[in-house]
Ligand binder design. Sequence first.
Ligand SMILES: [Zn+2]
Length: 372
Amino acid sequence: MQLKVQTVIDILEKLAPKSLALEWDNVGLQLGSPTGNVNKIYVALEITEAALNEAIEAGANFIATHHPFLFKPLKAVRTDEMRGRIIQQALNAGLHIYAAHTNLDLADGGVNDALAARIGLQETEILQPAGEEKLEKIVVFVPRGYEDKVLSAMAAAGAGWIGKYSHCSFQAPGTGTFLPQEGAKPFLGEIGQLEKAEEVRLETIMPAELRKGVVQAMLESHPYEEVAYDIYPLLNNGRPYGLGRLGRLPAPVTLAEFCRRIKKSLDIPFVRAAGDAGKTVKKVAVCGGAGSDLIKSAIFAGADVLVTGDLKYHEAQEASNGGLAVVDAGHDATERIIVPVLCEYLRKQLQLSGYQTEVVASTIETNIWRVY
Ligand SMILES: [Zn+2]
């Protein structure tokens, strides 16, 4: 079975729905076509010429990144400039380039969860809630004997999840009626005769975001020519999403020791920190990339320290004044930890869908800062 670009996009957006992206962001397929074929996937923090060359040399033709390659609008595609050269080279090589940026920051299992896990935080929760997933109920009437097939198809498309349980549904038997009209090709019954069929009312829950894929999977697996189904909006609370994470260390440590551990877990040579070296650290806030906007939330949540990147002098000062230590571990180091997580996620999901497509992680160094 040939893997299509759209299938990879669907898998990525199951993890990081596009609707989670912040308003100013630019996420999704940025170059290529959803109808293209995918031979191999390359995952990187961002596209640079070095990353592009590595992807092409590896034989990959789908590149998934965190940072959008096209962020500020391009007014010209000039091949004497980096972005123009990348576009030219990517189009020549038949590549498809996709970005999951702030949607992957906010997503459950995204950048910030990966960062919290890497640091070893426990009891992780969202630092600054931004909303929650909208849920819907889908009810479909299935001829008896086909309920498992239709449920499996909908479940594979992301319906039927309640907490850690998948394939959740309710099934009630009943009688369906229909009268096939001229031109119909009924699965059961005959033209012009009222048919009464033993059917199952199959109902399950789904994130509104996945409606299109679930309905399509349901229709494709259903034997009827015309399928009767209903979709209801629900007021149930869906999975929350938000910026940053807050968690606890298994045991308190000093800020100095905490910084040593951060360097080790993120595999970086140095961090910048503001705070007393002997300060006890237990409650930790994290935000991958540039997280100074979360200083107030971290203070409010009672965090001992905020781990992020791109901090400015006055921001570190604002944190100190609020009793919050800050550790600037670098923009890239606090985000590139998503690369292996995304690779693993893609491999697992592709395998579940019956694809053997290879997924490789970028090995290009992203850290730009050196200490002299
Ligand atoms: Zn970033």
